[in-house]
Design a protein around this ligand. Structure first.
Ligand code: UDP
Ligand code: UDP
Length: 475
């Protein structure tokens, strides 16, 4: 599988457009931007620059940028220097949210950056949308948004400002309950990102501003495909969520940039090579959040009790640079690692997740449902056992369940909720999903649909071509 190849477009004789991409912080944002950059720069597509803020928040981001520019020399790097920003205004805030805010406040500096680069279009991260759009507009540069989560989440984000306006008008300002997204489906209160229940939260303020700003974009790119999220994609396009909504380009799954193979192959890849087909449970909760030590130990007990082979990436801190704890210590030092030796591999390091998911010995992905993880599972047809924890992840888990990419145990805990999920329950669920043949078959079917979407003539292929055509016409 590869990213949608760039269609050659004989009809568009205009100059080669120069598209500047502006990702925000965190791997969940950087990864899809890197993929889009490569997809756009292929063939007779576009000149592409990626604006990067240095130093990055995590070292994973820094390594990823280096690898991206090395693997895709056609993609240029632009330095986006931030204005001074006093973090002490937000004590205890998440470091990635702080970077979002620092970038938002530096938006006026984008004007000179776009002019200096001779940009013919800007693609901004959703997180920066409401501040980047006016700057681009002032320069006469068309501005698109790359939405880094699901189309369901995009619909929710677009609708949420009118939802909060209605709550305020009804005398319940800031109160968030179940949210009926017009034309899509109901997002229950329990699935709404935690922060949005607090109207004063930095994230809520950014989220509402960005949701309001969306209508001013020239178009919105989403890393999903029509067949996976038909309700949300259709409702957005038909103006049912918000009337006169900009064009929505569903261009996913944006596929991995294959970085030159490491030599020798990482230990976990060699280990996977030695396991039977579809026998391994891959467990990862993404790059953004740590799981409480108590829950980590229950998860360990569950994986052990499941009797399955597993590859588990354990994350002990929010920012990787702070993750100094020993693996044994994190897991309680009760001999777990010794007991599962041979049938399991447990690591604290960074892994090349897409290489793991494309490996034939992986049969199930226990995932927090960060959207990139979901799209990678979809691309490779690997079924997901969803355990969302935070932010947009429950909305994404609902997409997994509706789209039949896997199962979601809705009672399982959510960041900030009381209660542990027991090892016994986790073990039983894993076993049940692994022996159920229909789960694997349905996952594979989603993989086929993803391949059809990105193949020549598929829905995502055509959406990407249409986007490039517009950039060309404007340039
Ligand atoms: N990822 C990876 N190795 C790791 C952890 C994460 O390659 O050890 C990648 C993963 O494949 C995905 C991205 O980092 O592309 C994480 O984005 P996602 O939206 O899944 O979750 P987030 O980390 O933002 O919660
Ligand atoms: N998001 C959004 N509007 C915003 C900020 C975020 O719609 O103003 C979406 C975005 O697509 C993101 C998701 O909400 O993927 C969750 O964002 P969060 O920052 O919680 O997670 P992260 O992407 O940093 O892992």
């Amino acid at each position: 599988a590869s990213s949608p190849a760039m269609p050659t477009s004989g009809d568009h004789a205009g100059a080669r457009p120069h598209v500047v991409l502006l990702p925000s912080a965190g791997m969940g944002h950087l990864v899809p931007f890197g993929r889009l950059a490569v997809a756009l720069s292929q063939g007779d597509g576009c000149d592409v620059s990626v604006a990067a803020v240095l130093p990055t928040v995590s070292s994973a981001e820094s390594r990823h940028l280096d690898a991206l520019f090395a693997a895709a020399p056609a993609v240029r790097r632009l330095d986006f220097r931030l204005a001074p920003f006093d973090e002490s205004e937000f004590p205890g805030a998440d470091p990635f949210f702080l970077r979002f805010e620092a970038m938002r406040r530096s938006a006026p500096l984008l004007g000179p950056l776009l002019a200096g680069a001779g940009a013919s279009a800007l693609v901004t991260d959703i997180v920066l949308a409401s501040v980047a759009l006016p700057v681009a507009r002032e320069r006469g540069v068309p501005c698109y948004v790359l939405f880094t989560s699901s189309a369901a989440m995009l619909a929710f984000c677009a609708h949420f400002p009118s939802y909060t306006d209605a709550s305020a008008a009804a005398g319940r300002p800031g109160v968030v309950g179940d949210v009926d997204v017009p034309g899509v489906y109901r997002i229950p209160k329990s699935s709404v990102p935690q922060a949005l229940h607090d109207p004063k939260h930095l994230f809520t303020q950014q989220f509402v501003a960005n949701g309001r700003g969306l209508v001013d974009a020239d178009g919105i790119l989403v890393n999903t495909f029509d067949a996976f999220e038909p309700e949300a994609v259709t409702a957005l396009r038909e103006g049912k969520v918000v009337s006169d909504f900009p064009p929505v380009f569903a261009v996913g799954p944006l596929l991995p940039v294959r970085f030159p193979a490491k030599d020798p192959a990482a230990g976990y890849m060699q280990w996977l090579d030695a396991q039977p087909a579809r026998s391994v449970v891959y467990v990862s909760f993404g790059s953004r959040k740590a799981i409480s030590p108590d829950q980590l130990r229950e998860l360990a007990a569950g994986l052990e009790a499941s009797g399955q082979r597993f590859l588990w990436v354990v994350k002990g801190a929010v920012v990787d640079r702070d993750d100094a704890g020993e693996l044994g210590e994190l897991l309680g030092d009760d001999g777990f690692l010794e007991r599962v030796q041979g049938r399991a591999l447990v690591t604290k390091g960074w892994v090349e997740q897409e290489e793991i998911l494309r490996h034939g010995s992986v049969g199930l992905f226990i995932s927090h449902c960060g959207w990139n993880s979901v799209t990678e599972a979809a691309a490779f047809g690997v079924p997901v056992l969803a355990w969302p924890r935070f932010g947009d992840q429950r909305v994404n888990a609902a997409v997994v369940a509706r789209g039949e990419l896997g199962a979601w145990e809705q009672r399982w805990s959510w960041d900030g909720e009381e209660g542990l999920v027991s090892g016994k329950e986790i073990g039983e669920k894993i076993k049940a999903v692994m022996v159920d043949d229909t789960v694997a078959k349905k996952g594979a079917k989603v993989g086929d649909a993803a391949a059809a979407a990105t193949a020549k003539g598929g829905t995502s292929y055509r959406s990407l071509a249409e986007f490039v055509g517009r950039c060309r016409d404007a340039g």
